[in-house]
Design a protein around this ligand. Sequence first.
Ligand code: ALA
Length: 494
Amino acid sequence: MIFWRRKPLDRLIADAEKQALHRSLGAFQLTMLGIGAIIGTGIFVLIAEAAQKAGPGMMLSFVIAAFVCGVTALCFAELASMVPVAGSAYTYSYAVLGEVVAWVIGWSLVLEYAISGSAVAVGWSGYTVGLIENLAGVDISDAWTRAPASGGVVNLPAMIVSLAVTCLLVVGTRESARFNAMLVIVKVVVLSIFVALTVPVMDMDKFEPFAPTGGLGIGTAAASIFFAYVGFDAVSTAAEETRDPQRNVPIGLIGSLLVCTLFYLLVAAGAIGTVGAQPIMGSDGSALATGSSALTTACREGMAFVCSSEPLAYVLRASRREGIGNLLSLAAGFALPSVVLMMIYGQTRIFFVMARDGLLPQVFAKVHPRFRTPHVVTWSTGVFVAFFAGFFPIGLLADISNSGTLLAFLAVALAVMILRVREPHRTRRFRTPAIWVVGPLAVFGCAALFLLLSWHTILLFIGWSTIGLIFYRCYGFRHSRLAKPQPISGEVMA
Ligand code: ALA
């Protein structure tokens, strides 16, 4: 069964041990790392889409998505503490589920990283354009700031920020830990200010009706708002650099998810209680689909929370706090490009590992002679990210990204359970607690959220996977390093 050839786990672990990292992170640093990676476009922008899908009931959607992420995170942490090497879900799948599954997962991770980079770039564009319009008192044409499905021609600012970030990555600019920590503080401070200004003056009548689109609306909003939690895997993958991982990794994971969930719920409550978050209904009494031309047209007739591309700033401006609204936009303008950078960076490293495994052309593993960065793969990724940022609406991008992420997470949860059976005595620096409860919950939760995505997202996902499998059959299957005789002490992974 050549399709199921696996990369030996021992070889992966031996490689990882060779590059053992200094164990310096404690529970607090891990929690901060997680919060920094998690907070982004989801809460700053997609909250409006969630409101269009579920109304005030989106608060439950946030809780459901957080629960699925929590159980998946615990599975992730076990594998990350065993196999702490680049490539995350792709690498684990290669060792446990075989090459063809690994390929599908690696291909899906393009959606998790590259497409979410596009989504965050679109989110940045919304806040930045809104800020410029507000400060300069001008009205920038939608034609150049929105995707065709959102009533424009092309989202130029989103393309520009994607390409600018790509340039930075090619010349090798890395965010320093201090810069990252500063951005975490900026995000937490602006969200805290938002909560402090809105929660105390909430009008409880605005929470009625709480679930205008019913349980299904809450479920579909959970599948979309899942995006707001993506990034917690950064904590799992830092397991190797953590002191006492058995204690600190779960604290970091669950801690950062809890802190973010609390923030998200407070921010959502503040927004709902201040301006209301009822969906715009069509003539048939159901909520208009997000990203549809009907919703774009309805939004042109009158601004509402669910229509805004900078919803948190909208809430503040609508409650006569223009200055603070602008400050929030400015903070989003600073913080979001770093999320785009993380996403493009993550994508290039996965492509890089796949190229080294022979599943992608070697040109992807080429390193720039002067900058010492993988420039071919970085530019290819950057152009891909910019294209999707320019021509697709944020809701669709986030949903497509979620489809790939959910599949990868599901594979990770399966891999943990399979390894527990196949290799029960292998050393695990972190063991998922109650694996036979947590594992199935993670698989079921990821599958349920995947199925709650819109049918066109699922179709796009199937199309993307089919293209991937054809490419694998024509290229990766033949060029895989596992298809060639293995060097005695040669490393599959350096
Ligand atoms: N969770 C990240 C965000 O919301 C991806 O931007």
